[in-house]
Design a protein around this ligand. Structure first.
Ligand code: YSA
Length: 348
């Protein structure tokens, strides 16, 4: 092999190396010239077939060429790596000056919002908010509330029992047991509201769920009268549904009150004219209430000759349905964000 041939080989190899602009191309180049079956390697291996006097010269020249190419290869590899890194950094660049994307945050459930709204109103009227157990003794859910076993009024509260054969422990069907728990623990004056979940063995339809929420209210003191009940509920209804609301009290029966009433507001959809929502009556019932029955006061050790009180209980889902025109109670517990996201007044 003449020195010209070796020079030409060097030129070609270096030119090819210059053109290799990716790590992949570099690897190909290395295999072609310096790999086990590369041109330089094969030529070095073929030295033995040259005439003996040529071997030292050609051998030296080829070894020098090999070293030159290896050095050039390393340098080129360094450059290509840098170029690739620069290209990647360009492609994956993050513009830190761009405003961030706001993560979607949830909203409070409409029932939670309504509980807060109602308890806020009562807090401003001097009521304290308390909570109690959802798994309850039959004694608190019924007996102490003047509903003895076998009393037909128990049918109103279609109860879910924890053990089907024993009826002592129930999922509370209303929040009224908390009246007893609060009175047992405290002495008058008492002014509390009790929000909480309730459960009933109930066929589910547009206005009934087997699981729903109530808010109970209880005020007990000396000289508490029906007039206090009427004034408090009228003020509450006007704060929640609008100052122009008219209110109506009618007789109703609950074993734990005497007298008992149902409380209604004039229908805000037809302004009392009569429509589909109010069933044509012009009035919408929103809660049951009454003067605490003397026997209930006796059951907690209060003297009904000295203390009087009133109580009420309302359904929270029904309040939301009325206030926002929700046609079916089942929407509340289907987890459908298209429904829930409409109640986005208070972000979490
Ligand atoms: C009455 C007098 C008092 O001095 C104190 C409280 C009460 C209320 C009584 N404890 C009670 O539970 N009455 S109720 O059976 O008529 O229910 C009250 C409200 O709970 C209803 O007006 C309704 O709004 C809601 N409710 C009852 N069952 C429901 C329901 N909401 C949804 N699904 C159900 N299955």
């Amino acid at each position: 092999m003449s020195s010209e041939q070796i020079d030409l080989l060097r030129e070609r190899a270096l030119r090819d190396l210059e053109e290799a602009s990716s790590l992949e191309a570099l690897a190909e180049w290395h295999a072609r010239y310096l790999g086990r079956r590369g041109e330089i390697t094969l030529r070095l291996r073929g030295l033995g077939s040259l005439p003996a006097e040529e071997r030292p010269r050609v051998g030296r020249a080829l070894n020098e060429l090999k070293e030159t190419l290896e050095a050039a290869y390393e340098e080129r590899e360094r450059v290509v790596r840098q170029l690739e890194l620069a290209a990647r950094m360009q492609a994956e660049a993050v513009d830190v000056t761009l405003p961030g994307r706001r993560p979607a945050i949830g909203t409070l459930h409409p029932v939670t919002q309504m509980i807060r709204e109602v308890t806020d109103i009562f807090a401003h009227l001097g009521f304290q908010v308390v909570e109690g157990p959802e798994v309850e003794y039959g004694y608190y859910a019924f007996d102490a509330l003047n509903i003895p076993p076998e009393h037909p009024a128990r049918d109103v509260w279609d109860t879910i029992f924890i053990e089907s054969d024993r009826k002592e422990i129930v999922l509370r069907p209303h929040t009224s047991p908390m009246q007893i728990r609060v009175m047992e623990r405290r002495k008058p004056p008492i002014r509390v509201v009790v929000p909480g979940r309730c459960y009933r063995y109930e066929a589910v339809d547009a206005t009934h769920e087997w699981h729903f929420h109530q808010i109970e209210g209880l005020a007990v003191d000396e000289h508490i009268t029906m007039a206090d009940l009427k004034g408090t509920l009228a003020e509450f209804a006007r704060q929640l549904f609008g100052r122009e609301r008219r209110v109506r009290f009618r007789c109703d029966f609950f074993p734990f009150v005497e007298p008992g009433v149902d409380f209604a507001i004039d229908c805000m959809f037809c302004r009392g004219e009569g429509c589909r929502v109010c069933g044509g009556s012009g009035w919408i019932e929103i809660l049951g209430a009454g003067m605490v029955h003397p026997q209930v006061l006796r059951n907690v050790g209060y003297d009904p000759g000295r203390y009087t009180g009133w109580a009420f209980g309302m359904g929270v889902e029904r309040l939301v349905m009325l206030k926002y025109g929700v046609p079916d109670i089942r929407y509340f517990y289907q987890g459908d964000l298209r429904f829930l996201a409409q109640f986005d007044r208070i972000p979490v």
